[in-house]
Ligand binder design. Structure first.
Ligand code: FES
Length: 372
């Protein structure tokens, strides 16, 4: 039943009509005020998904406001979702124009309704499935897949995985070069709440194959070895493309106190013709530590010949023929599985680790804007 209207003057129509869509605080309500073809609309500013500010979105041809975070759409006047999702609606407020002023009735909004959306499979609890230890290898080198070349980092990764199998572990190799996945599009830069777990891109784009990395790191592996070449003093571009897409897993720690990576081990293989091994390994260690991984003693092996060695064909030959590097990779796998085995055993008696570390804390209370 309609209540006594509470018409609030929100401004001059001529002024407000200059913006197709804008956020507005009207007493206790946050609204998205829109204008097109002589008609104003007012709906709640908070998106049904994870709270994006609809008033900062854009108006499409059909009269839907597109949320600036992940693109959910709501009719600018009725608040209803786009076709097929009409029941997923945000509150809509009556609006009228009198004597050149826009008035919004705060007392009679329609009801917000959220249509259940099937959760993404990556939303499930990260519980370790029983079975032998599992060692994953992630190759990050870039090459022409149709005409592959010898890669020193891949070669040593294969040595490590072969040792894992010899030690009785299941192994899996992910070759980033073979996956089609989008670069991170900066949802975190829109808002702390816009960078979601599972990744916003993964939820929106079923063709994106980064889910294979998430599945492996979060659910499958007890230990992971990441191998990279050195490119101009840094890890490979594919490594960074993967790492940026893993930001959502790190954010989930501080936002939801949810540690996706628990009792898992990471180690690294770094191979370059020239130098900067410590910086590359340090950067990798730092990021994987923030995800919650633990490290064996001596968590990386590496090889380079130094700044003045540009004879890469010799470097390739050296890595390919080096018995000690192959043994080093195998020993790295052994250290990983040794620690992983202890962690898997301890899991049964240890309570879950809650978030820790400076970056793993919730953001300060006064900075928090709860979208609900
Ligand atoms: S689409 Fe609006 S918050 Fe995600």
């Amino acid at each position: 039943m309609a209540r006594e209207p509470e018409w609030i003057d929100v401004g001059a129509a001529a002024e407000l009509a200059k913006h197709s869509c804008q956020p507005m605080k009207v007493r206790r309500a946050d609204i998205a005020l829109s204008y097109r073809d002589g008609v104003f609309g007012a709906i709640a500013n908070t998106c049904n998904h994870v709270g994006g500010p609809l008033g900062e979105g854009t108006l499409d041809e059909a009269g839907f406001i597109r949320c600036p975070w992940h693109g959910w759409k709501f009719d600018r006047c009725t608040g209803k979702g786009e076709p097929g999702f009409e029941d997923d609606c945000v509150p809509a407020f009556p609006v009228k124009v009198e004597k050149g002023r826009v008035l919004v009735d705060l007392a009679n909004p329609t009801r917000r309704m959220k249509k259940p959306h099937a959760p993404h499979s990556l939303s499930r609890e990260p519980v370790r499935a029983p079975g032998p230890l599992r060692l994953a290898g992630i190759s990050t080198t870039v090459m022409d897949a149709a005409h592959p070349r010898f890669s020193g980092s891949d070669h040593l990764l294969d040595c490590a995985l072969a040792e894992g199998r010899r030690l009785g572990a299941e192994t899996k190799r992910i070759t980033l070069n073979n996956l089609k996945f989008r670069a991170c599009e900066g949802y975190f830069s829109k808002s702390y709440y816009a960078c979601t777990w599972p990744c916003s891109i993964t939820q929106m784009d079923p063709t994106d194959q980064m889910d294979q990395v998430y599945e492996t790191l979060v659910f499958w592996a007890d230990a992971v070895i990441v191998a990279t070449p050195i490119r101009w003093g840094s890890a490979s571009s594919l490594y960074f493309k993967m790492v940026e897409r893993l930001n959502c897993a790190q954010v989930d720690i501080s936002r939801n106190e949810k540690l996706l990576i628990r009792n898992k081990v990471a180690a690294f293989i770094v191979v370059g013709g020239q130098d900067n091994i410590q910086a590359v390994a340090g950067s990798m260690l730092g990021f994987f530590a923030e995800l919650g991984f633990l490290f064996p003693q001596f968590p990386y092996i590496a090889h380079s010949r130094g700044w003045s060695h540009e004879d890469m064909e010799n470097n390739v030959r050296i890595v390919r023929e080096s018995k000690s590097l192959a043994e080093g990779a195998a020993a790295l796998a052994g250290r990983c599985l040794d620690l992983a085995g202890k962690l898997v055993e301890a899991e049964a008696i240890q309570p879950p680790v809650t978030s820790g570390g400076r970056k793993g804390r919730p953001i300060m209370e006064e900075e928090t804007v709860d979208p609900d």
